[in-house]
Design a protein around this ligand. Sequence first.
Ligand code: AMP
Ligand code: GLY
Length: 417
Amino acid sequence: MNVLVVGRGGREHAIVMQLKKSERIENIFVAPGNGGMEQHATCVEINEMDIDALINFAKENAVDFTVVGPENPLNAGIANRFTKEGLAIFAPTEEAALLEGSKSFAKDFMEKYQIPTASYQTFTEAEAAKRYIEEQGAPIVIKADGLAEGKGVVVAETKEDAIQAIDDMMVEKRFASAGSTIVIEEFLAGVEFSLMAFVNGHQVYPMTPARDHKRAYDNDEGPNTGGMGAFAPVPDITDDIIAYATKEILQKAADGLVAEGRSFTGILYAGLMQTAEGPKVIEFNTRFGDPETQVVLPLLENELIQVMEDVVAGNDPKLKWKKEACLGVVLASTGYPGTYNKEVPLPAVEDTEDCFVIQAGTKQTNEGIVSNGGRVLLVGSVGKDLQKASEAVYEYLKAYDANEAFFYRKDIGKSSL
Ligand code: AMP
Ligand code: GLY
């Protein structure tokens, strides 16, 4: 088999590593991939948004199956186009991907299908949005409607911050058209977790839950990032909570999408808040989460390609999970998520007996592997429990302690140890 993975980050590297375990896969191509993947797959220089070129590549290279990482090509209709060309792809259509592509669509959808989430209102005018803030008070959450690379959400502690966020999105147009409609929603108190599932139509197969750490610095301080580390499973998220979230959230979403004529195939990701009233949806994503995928897939015992083929064919993939724990910590460039230096040599990128390294912002040069992004790599470990995994990862990361070009959070998973 020949498989094509679309994307370039840590998530895609993790998908590649999982696919590599299948003997029946002969070639793995990644478009465009990154420097760190070159030893495991063939990187092809095609941008993830160049759907015509991806289709041509898939045809010319006898690609049997395509897996898509990021959201942008999904919302641009990559699944619709591949399917039309008779190419097998594990990804939702543009219509189904709107669940991530538009927050107002997602909120109206959840209301219609009685999926637990924060109460909300949608606005297209700044003045009306500000009046709503005056009525509701703070804390309150402001979200740009469209895709904003994870940066379009402001949790405002005060009314002034909320009004500032509205001005940024609607008046200053910081997220361009993605912010011309905004959703303002109730602040949910609780602990967050992520639950992903393989979905096809009405079929829903949940994965093991994970917890992401989105803030840049220890103790959840500093700006929001693409994710600074994650672990799975999550000790405080019991089987009962997962069963409830599967039935009341993932299954209702899958069924609702079928009812709307937007039947979903691919990975449905629920970002959830475990509140006093049970889990509520913070956001839906229509793809694998990053960095959750890097810690969830290593716990999957099944062959990933077989799972995807089964799900597409309408068969139960009978998911099996290792009884161990996986924890991953992101090494970032100093300055991230703001500006940072690139092309700094990396002292340690090799896997060890206890740890694996997933590369995200790296580049291969004649002098070896150098940094090429904000989130550079993730060091992960599968251990008999979180404590063991954490010890192994932090031991590995000591190699970076003397290097001022990089930083990492010291408290990933700490509250669950
Ligand atoms: P999102 O990009 O939608 O995942 O939001 C980014 C982060 O903002 C989430 O991970 C939460 O920590 C926080 N957040 C979003 N919506 C809410 C909400 N309604 N209540 C509390 N926190 C929220
Ligand atoms: N970890 C959150 C996301 O993938 O959007």
